[in-house]
Ligand binder design. Structure first.
Ligand code: PMP
Length: 384
């Protein structure tokens, strides 16, 4: 009965790894892989994560029963504090509801389905360009996806005017997806002054901000600095949604641990929102996994482990910055034609090189260097 099926194309990002794995060359390099790599090109498990796992293993009272539909409650509280700030009035006023979800992707999907079911506007505006999974997640969640201008290829920077014009022209109430920091795939973020203008526009038009925070701590090396745009929106008392991922900043990729927070106008509303989120989650996967969320909770609740985490996170962020400098210097030292300064200006894990598909294909064929072939992305370190 399935004989009529055609072979589906590989995911454009994950497909890079498939091609890489097939290459027998001993000098191959995968720049499309969605994870941080050490100097030796190896995956990194943070020390602090190993310690947390030791604690979990040696605690004989731990059980493996199902979590509630909303996940590990302590993890949810700590996650809201991490992103909104420990002193956030929205938290102290109990206006935030947080549910554990399957990493950033799952948090976006649950948030998308909740909005499609209960929010009066069904259109979500996403940046042009964006992470390739965004349009698919929100379309399947039942929203209609439109784009707003974001990246200016001529400056390899932000098209701020275009962004303001497009959001200004969006129908009132539309949902706006915002990358909290380290925009994927451009590495171009608004300045704090530009964020303030974006905030004013979004609030004045009654648009609904939905933050995707997949890289907290990775852009600047500081968890608080990277959360600033979100906190500006929460400080004005308005509503917003936030999808958090611990894949990159704790290196918990395969544990699939993340959280969706919805900041509401009152504790009463937040309680009802949570009750409806449960109805979205229950038929989707019933309840989330226990292990990854437990690791995060152990680290976030313990001052020493938390401090150790921030140091390890900063070391990863600093190394990314240093790799950018080294790549830039190496291109300059070889007299490579073109302006490569965007490599050091861009933030986070991604670099937009401006290489076209033919150049990407040349790099792969001649040098066994694998990266996405869409012609204008070149992740120095990761992209999934
Ligand atoms: N949002 C963005 C912008 C991403 O780049 C990613 C993946 N790197 C995610 C969300 C989701 O990642 P995950 O589901 O692994 O947390």
């Amino acid at each position: 009965v399935f004989a009529h099926l055609v072979q589906a194309p590989e995911d454009p990002i994950l497909g890079v790894t498939v091609a890489y794995n097939k290459d027998p060359s001993p000098i191959k390099l995968n720049l499309g892989v969605g994870a941080y790599r050490t100097e030796e090109g190896k995956p990194l498990v943070l020390n602090v994560v190993r310690k947390a796992e030791q604690q979990l293993i040696s605690d004989r009272s731990r059980i493996k029963e199902y979590l509630p539909i909303v996940g590990l409650v302590e993890f949810n509280k700590l996650s809201a504090k991490l992103i909104l700030g420990a002193d956030s009035p929205a938290i102290s006023e109990n206006r935030v509801t947080t549910v554990e979800c399957l990493s950033g992707t799952g948090s976006l999907r649950v948030g998308g389905e909740f909005l499609a079911k209960h929010y009066h506007q069904k259109t979500i505006y996403i940046t042009q360009p964006t992470w390739g999974n965004h349009p698919k997640i929100f379309t399947l969640a039942g929203l209609s996806v439109k784009t707003y201008r974001y990246y200016d290829p001529s400056t390899r920077g932000l098209n701020f005017q275009g962004l303001l014009e497009d959001l200004g022209a969006a129908p009132p109430g539309s949902i706006v997806l915002l990358h909290a920091c380290a925009h994927n795939p451009t590495g171009v973020d608004p300045t704090i002054q530009q964020w303030e203008q974006i905030r004013k526009l979004i609030r004045s038009k009654g648009l609904m901000p939905f933050f995707d925070s997949a890289y907290q701590g990775f852009a600047s090396g500081s968890l608080n600095t990277d959360a600033k745009p979100i906190r500006m929106f929460v400080a004005d008392g308005g509503e917003c949604l936030v999808a958090q991922s611990y894949a990159k900043n704790m290196g918990l990729y395969g544990e699939r641990v993340g959280a969706l927070s919805i900041v509401c106008k009152s504790a009463d509303v937040a309680g009802r929102v949570e009750s409806q989120l449960k109805l979205v989650i229950r038929p989707m996967y019933s309840s989330p996994p226990i292990h990854g969320a437990s690791i995060v909770a152990v680290i976030l609740r313990d001052r020493n482990l938390f401090n150790e985490w921030t140091l390890e996170l900063k070391a990863m962020a600093d190394r990314i910055i240093s790799m950018r400098k080294q790549l830039f210097e190496a291109l300059r030292a070889r007299g490579t034609p073109g302006d490569w300064s965007h490599i050091i200006k861009q933030i986070g894990m991604f670099t937009f090189t401006g290489l076209n598909p033919a150049q990407v294909s040349f790099m792969t064929k001649e040098y066994h260097i694998y990266m996405t072939s869409d012609g204008f992305t070149f992740p120095t370190f990761e992209i999934v």
